[in-house]
Design a protein around this ligand. Structure first.
Ligand code: ATP
Length: 257
């Protein structure tokens, strides 16, 4: 089983300055869905950038299956809040792009891209241009594209941050279904405690200055949703409400843990 690991990782942007992350240890395995929450400046995006291989740690190790990560790779797909789609290409061409870069033959990559577009409910929109779509549709395409090359890990930085509440809720169900189908080990950075709690098999809270893990707890609300439980009922479950309070307290109270 593939595991993306951060072992005792610290990060300084300024070699003489304070660390942005200090002694962070976290394992993301296939089938995991880990959300990272925390106050602004706690190092969430920096943590994702280390996992993606965009940045090297100042100390500690970032490993995939015990081998050092030396840069970005096709085993890790990244989705940002601002979708990086190409407006001059059609929807289906955008989704097929990672397969084109991987050298997959045109017929096969179009077939895969169409299947992914169907899975995000946009099968009818393949020939449209990106500018003809709503923000929620664009994020669905961004996630479909990220999954096209079957990455082992999906790293998402606030992918739903710009969406309205209703679209966001719809996206939660979709993200859980795609995660369940792909089994890609998923790391989600979010500002929404409820989103983290509803989606994740594990929620990690970072406290700032220096960024460090102050809470790391498993949850099963996403799995319960996938087994057919109603999301509104799940979110009013006393266990959900109590967990939300614990997470909010951990974010605002550095004495936790
Ligand atoms: N490229 C950079 N160079 C120098 N400092 C940086 C850089 N990127 C981030 N920082 C600093 O590192 C700290 C953590 O930033 P980071 O973006 O990882 O936090 P975050 O938790 O994702 O914040 P937010 O919730 O506001 O997006 C902040 O103090 C930020 O100013």
């Amino acid at each position: 089983m593939s595991i993306l690991s951060l072992h005792n990782v610290s990060l300084r942007y300024d070699p003489d300055g304070e660390p942005v992350l200090e002694d962070v240890t976290l394992d993301l395995a296939r089938g995991d869905f880990i959300s990272v929450i925390g106050r602004s400046g706690s190092g969430k995006t920096s943590l994702l950038n280390l996992a993606a291989g965009f940045l090297p740690p100042s100390s500690g190790r970032v490993l995939i299956n015990s081998r050092p990560v030396t840069g970005p790779g096709p085993d890790r797909a990244v989705v940002f809040q601002d979708d990086a789609l190409y407006p001059w290409q059609t929807v289906v061409e955008n989704v097929a792009l990672p397969l084109k870069l991987a050298g997959v033959a045109p017929a096969e990559r179009l077939q895969t891209a169409r299947r992914l577009l169907d899975s995000v409910g946009l099968g009818e929109h393949g020939q449209r241009r990106i500018w003809q779509l709503s923000g929620g549709q664009r994020q669905r395409i961004g996630i479909a594209r990220a999954l096209a090359a079957r990455p082992e890990f999906l790293l998402m930085d606030e992918p739903l941050g710009a969406l309205d509440a209703m679209t966001r809720e719809m996206m939660h169900g979709l993200i859980l279904k795609l995660w369940n189908d792909s089994r890609a080990g998923t790391l989600l950075i979010t500002h929404s405690v409820e989103e983290a709690l509803f989606l994740s098999t594990r929620v990690v809270v970072l406290a700032p200055f220096p960024g460090r893990i102050v809470l790391n707890e498993p949850f099963d609300f996403g799995r319960r949703f996938l087994s057919g439980e109603n999301p509104r009922v799940l979110k009013s479950d006393p266990a959900f409400i109590a967990a939300r309070e614990r997470l909010v307290t951990a974010i605002h109270d550095e004495e936790t843990v």
